[in-house]
Design a protein around this ligand. Structure first.
Ligand SMILES: [Zn+2]
Length: 360
């Protein structure tokens, strides 16, 4: 894995994040952009927008990932007992006894879940966390599972929050490559807030028209590994999620660019798969009238839910991450539009018809 990619991953994964509480990651991205002269802004909902345009590119790309991960927000405290909402989707059986780290103003404090309640009409389940030692934990303090933020071996990148901080890191790494090679490109990186509670950041961005209507949107995710999209299989060209399939022409164009890359780069691997482990923001973009598709990394221990029934770190494969970055960079530099690829495909069928139609 490239050193600069490791640095980006470490910088982002080292920050606490939870739905509606993405500020620490946003600050890292702002710092990263400033160091590279990349245009940084935030939209009305606080989503991060990075812009890069050079020359006369044929297509306008938007690479989108989300800044949050399922986590806690403290609502009240009484001595060593903290009540905290849980924002995001994790099976109820994983909560009792699991350890939580709360990022209090005076420094992180850890504790154990001693109570879990999902009231009928409440928006979120509430946990009671017993702290290891008394500490001030004001309302609004965010919490994550008490797991390491970043560990890297040859075949595993392990973190409490791969989903989707690793996706954000991939978008930045790709942007770095795109800027460095100086190719004609028009790329917006949109890093969205509050995906884990229903894609709120992307809905706001879509309603506000933050991306131009002719953008080709590529949602970047980590997604629960599947039998034909396992860790180490490469980047996944995601044809759809649990809810819908994505834009057919755009998905085919992304798959074609992946095929071209695989032919000239022996290290590049990609698979084309439906990833039904969850719904993702590409579905929202499509519903709001954008042309959107997805790419993702196969994810182990999805939403920290270990196979052994306990809370575990999430995992992706470092090689898959590098393939994802290469694919994004290649998309930005591609010069054949999805419409041209469709016309080429149709021409091949027409040629077959000319030669073989007489046998009908
Ligand atoms: Zn998720």
């Amino acid at each position: 894995m490239k050193d600069s990619h490791v640095e980006i991953l470490q910088a982002l994964l080292g920050q606490p994040t939870a739905p509606f509480h993405e500020q620490a990651v946003v600050d890292q991205v702002r710092q990263w952009s400033a160091g590279r002269g990349i245009d940084f802004s935030q939209d009305r909902a606080g989503n991060v927008v990075l812009r890069h345009r050079v020359g006369q590119p044929v297509m306008r790309w938007a690479f989108e990932a989300h800044l949050d991960h399922p986590g806690f927000q403290a609502v009240s405290a009484d001595g060593s007992l903290v009540r905290a909402d849980f924002l995001g989707t994790v099976g109820e059986s994983y909560f009792p006894g699991s350890r939580v780290r709360l990022f209090a103003p005076a420094g992180p404090v850890a504790g154990r879940i001693v109570g879990y309640c999902r009231a009928d009409r409440a928006e979120w389940p509430v946990c009671e966390v017993e702290l290891d030692s008394p500490a001030q934990v004001p309302a609004g303090t965010i919490g994550m599972w008490d797991l390491p933020d970043f560990e890297l071996t040859a075949d595993r990148l392990t973190s409490r929050a791969c989903d989707d901080v690793v996706g954000c890191a991939a978008a930045l790494a790709a942007l770095e490559e795109i800027v460095a090679c100086g190719q004609d490109a028009d790329v917006t990186v949109l890093l969205a807030r509050a995906e884990e509670v229903g894609g709120m950041g992307v809905i706001a961005a879509a309603e506000d028209g933050v991306l131009p209507g002719d953008s080709l949107v590529v949602g970047i995710e980590t997604s629960k590994a599947q039998p034909r999209a396992a860790l180490g299989d490469g980047v996944v060209v995601r044809v759809g999620d649990r809810v819908r399939t994505f834009d057919a022409s755009l998905t085919a164009a992304v798959a074609a660019v992946a095929d071209e890359l695989a032919r000239r780069d022996g290290d590049f691997r990609a698979v084309r798969q439906l990833m039904p482990g969850g719904s993702c923001e590409s579905t929202i973009w499509c519903l709001w009238g954008y042309r959107a598709t997805g790419v993702c990394l196969p994810l182990g221990n999805y939403h920290n839910q270990g196979d052994d029934g306990r809370i575990r770190s999430e995992q992706v494969h470092p090689g898959d991450f590098e393939c994802l970055v290469k694919l994004l960079a290649a998309l930005a530099g591609s010069t054949v539009t999805p419409e041209q690829r469709d016309r080429q495909a149709k021409a091949r069928y027409e040629d077959l018809m000319r030669r073989r139609g007489k046998f009908l």
